[in-house]
Design a protein around this ligand. Sequence first.
Ligand SMILES: [Zn+2]
Length: 355
Amino acid sequence: MQKSIERIAGDSEGVSYEFPVFRFEGFRFDGSDKAAPSAYLQAALHAGELPGVVAIDALMPMLEKAEAEGRIKGSITIVPQANPIGRAQYHFGEHQGRFHLGTRTNFNRGFPLLAAPDVELLPDTTLGTADQRLKSRLLQLSIGHDIVLDLHCDDEGLAYLYVHTSLWPAMADCAAAMGVDAVILWDEDTDGTFEGASITPYLSLPAEVARFDRRVATVEYRGILDVDGALAGADAEGLYRLLVGRGVILDQALSTPGSFTGIVAPLENIDMMPAPRAGAILYNVKPGDRVAKGALLATIVHAPGEAGGRTQVFAPQAGIILTRRSRRIIRAGEDLLKLVGDRKSADARSGTLED
Ligand SMILES: [Zn+2]
């Protein structure tokens, strides 16, 4: 395993950012057909989302053991903390890891959507902003790998994957290996998420060149508070199973996981449930709950102690609660939860990537 340090120039003299990259070279067979797939894993692009960081921390000794035993076949590149800019952002004592404070841009938007998987096509970001330089570098590090996983988490939620429709059901074995609860399928990204920028360069290529058996996914590892040793260990085992299952690592002692039995739904089925009033949220449901159409989801206490001071929110359709907020204060129009409906949502906003 080799460790190298990436440096990203800041937006003023004397400021720069660093993050480590770990590479396991593995051995590759001769001939492209027989080449073992390679993998790229990154975590904490949204810098405060740490379940993936601790999962990678638990995964590294497993990779080092495999390397020592000569069992790594394909190269593996690991970026445990992908966003040193966001990691350093504190505003009045509160960490702000989702948006770049200098540009108000979401760290997982605005990645260049290349026409082909060729790093030569990456824009010159020398005169851009630090977050653009970071995005360009992360894409450069990841492009060309067969397996690309971007580890995020939600507020409070189940473990789930965002998967491009071209990769499903080919990725069902990966979902089973990782033990996630749900898979949300998407097919268009105009905002430039990392995942979108990783798959878009392949979409215009002939299928036999694009090889949609390659995996690109955003992993949502439950909630922001689910940073826990036992979960990290289980998630690391899931990632390891995926790498073994796809032939990046050799491990004959590992049993193959069964087929994926979780929820699979298109993005259009998600109801985001905007709050009708500002106030304190009393939830009646939690992630994983199955609800019927018309079920009480939450009560907003907007005028405490007054008659009519509570507003109830009901399920617009039957489905499963995927996520909810971790804080209980809300403004009107902010999203209360994500409901994966059995049918297409009536809300036009449901069809966008929300990671
Ligand atoms: Zn995220």
